[in-house]
Design a protein. Structure first.
Length: 242
């Protein structure tokens, strides 16, 4: 969150807080009931004072930050729980293990480890991506494109009709493209396997370091290092979709 976003959040929270709206509305109603502008004037003046100084108070900002962090965690929990329904037993177990590491590090690491919360849904997406890749690889294993190229090539060599030969030639080109896709599919699958393993190992290492009293600045660097392992998830998903 940028400083501008944070300032906007503090200001909007200060204005829309329940007690502030009650007092502001009450001064307006009291002004109408008494047929005097002074209650409204006093209410507006108090409102301007509150909006000028309230959002700057450390206690107020800490409370807003804690509530925002809680809402963020709740959204991440919902995202992870929703995605977990589509995972098999292996990936569910791996995701639960990663979630346990993240929860422990976050509870004992303070604000420095809040960024790590986003690792759970990213890891879940990696698991979902791996399952899709495995399914695609299995489909290609059952219907190998190399065999399709060989069959079409034999048919092309034996065919005399020019129209059919053109159609077979197009089929050969499409099958050859599938061979290239199969190779790339294997490369992406290996990338995903490596990233999943690195995340799991890094979190375990980070937890051990934190138990040994890792300093705050070092913790931030370690967390940022872990997060780099999942940065390419959207790009890999897009490539598989394409």
């Amino acid at each position: 969150m940028t400083d501008t976003d944070a300032s906007s959040l503090y200001l909007s929270t200060a204005f829309y807080s329940q007690y502030n709206l009650i007092l502001l509305g009450g001064s307006a109603l009291f002004s109408l009931a008494s047929a005097s502008p002074w209650p409204a004037i006093v209410g507006v003046a108090a409102e301007l004072g509150w909006l000028s100084f309230g959002p700057r108070l450390a206690t107020f900002r800490r409370r807003v930050d804690e509530r925002a962090a809680g809402e963020r965690r709740a959204q991440l929990d919902d995202e992870v729980m929703s995605g977990m329904r589509g995972l098999n037993a292996e990936h569910t177990a791996r995701l639960l293990a990663v979630s346990q590491h993240v929860s422990w590090i976050t509870m004992t690491g303070g604000d420095a480890s809040l960024e790590l919360e986003t690792l759970r849904p990213a890891f879940m997406r990696l698991c979902l991506l791996r399952e899709r890749l495995l399914q695609r690889a299995e489909d290609m294993r059952l219907l190998p494109p190399q065999q399709e190229v060989a069959d079409l090539s034999r048919a092309y060599a034996a065919e005399k009709d020019l129209g059919l030969r053109f159609t077979l030639h197009q089929g050969i080109k499409a099958a050859q493209k599938k061979v290239e896709q199969q190779y790339r599919l294997g490369e992406v699958l290996r990338q995903v396997d490596v990233k999943l393993g690195l995340v799991e190992q890094s979190l375990s290492h980070l937890r051990n370091q934190q138990q040994q009293g890792l300093a705050g600045a070092d913790l931030v660097r370690e967390i940022q290092s872990v997060m780099t392992h999942v940065l390419l998830v959207p790009a890999l998903e897009a490539e598989l979709d394409a």
